[in-house]
Write a protein that binds this ligand. Sequence first.
Ligand SMILES: Nc1ncnc2c1ncn2[C@@H]1O[C@H](COP(=O)(O)OP(=O)(O)OP(=O)(O)O)[C@@H](O)[C@H]1O
Ligand SMILES: [Mg+2]
Length: 357
Amino acid sequence: MNYQAVLASLPDAVIAVDATLRVVFWNAAAEELLGRSARRSEGRLVKELLPPNASIVSRFAETVASGEGRSEADASVDLPDGRSVPVSLLTAPLFNRDGTVEGAIAVLRDVSRLRQLEAEVRRGETLAAAGHMAVGVAHEIRNPLGAIRGAVQLLARELRGEPRFAEYTDVVLKEVDRVNRIIESLLDLGRPVQLRPVPLNPHQLLERVGLLTEAAAREAGVTVIRRYDPSLPPIFGDEDRLLQVFHNLVGNAIEAMRAGGRLTLTTRVSMNPLYGKMDVGGGQRTMVEIQVSDEGTGIPAAARARVFDPFFTTKDTGLGLGLAICHRIVEEHRGAIQIDSREGHGTTVTCFLPIAR
Ligand SMILES: Nc1ncnc2c1ncn2[C@@H]1O[C@H](COP(=O)(O)OP(=O)(O)OP(=O)(O)O)[C@@H](O)[C@H]1O
Ligand SMILES: [Mg+2]
């Protein structure tokens, strides 16, 4: 058995150093993870190849000094292109025949996909908890609010002869209606959704959203561009709920382009390695991508992880429920939703939805 070949073909990055912390082995997975070839790495000091404060450098040094292995589940490595990849890290000493430490070996595993899934699960839990609470609160508020609305309407009728009071009763009614709308959105988040999926033409769906948002788009100076794939098969979805999703996404896009710009609606059969085919129950299903792209403000890096959180908003009049509800609905369809954003350049939200069979 050729052990070198075994190590070389492991899916985890494997790096070995000698007692002076000079790299003696760097497998293909290490080349890929760290973006550095074995040829350019072997023979060099590990601290020259990775940032000197990288935990792998200190773990190697400790392992060589103490002859004991180290493990770290939450390490990360900074790549030359500025990205930081979360990894799990394990080191072990390599011994000479006489028992002295000859070097050390490290195994690094890229755990970014795992971390992403964990974040998804946490997000789902927050949403469920917020939803439960919302339903309770909303029910308590709805009844007294109904009573207030009724009473104010009566009052308005009584005061018909006194126009100077009409202004006040109008304000009360308008604000009560606003609270009611907020409660409706809260209930949307908490209500167990009963999907009624049917085969749908995604383009007709987007055109309906277009009609609903036409006025707002015109007002903001936003032009809508359609990049529809004419051969796109129908998707399997709940028309009203998906209308809500794209209404929210298009709304966000327009709100992000106060000074105007292009809003692009794109459809295509997905080739995405992760979400292109998904198990929607009863086997793998091909997914369709429906994309809403804007040239607006973009989402600052610090906010990116929070945009799906219920009540996270950066807008004066926003509730911060739009994306939380979108996430919920897309998940009910066994699909996925993804955001790519560059601050100052724009945002693209991609929904992956299953085709009808
Ligand atoms: N297309 C986008 N461009 C820039 N920022 C966005 C975009 N979409 C969402 N965001 C950011 O994410 C936040 C949350 O969006 P979300 O739709 O959940 O709530 P909202 O739009 O603030 O309020 P609501 O939709 O409830 O009226 C927004 O406040 C905004 O900061
Ligand atoms: Mg919104």
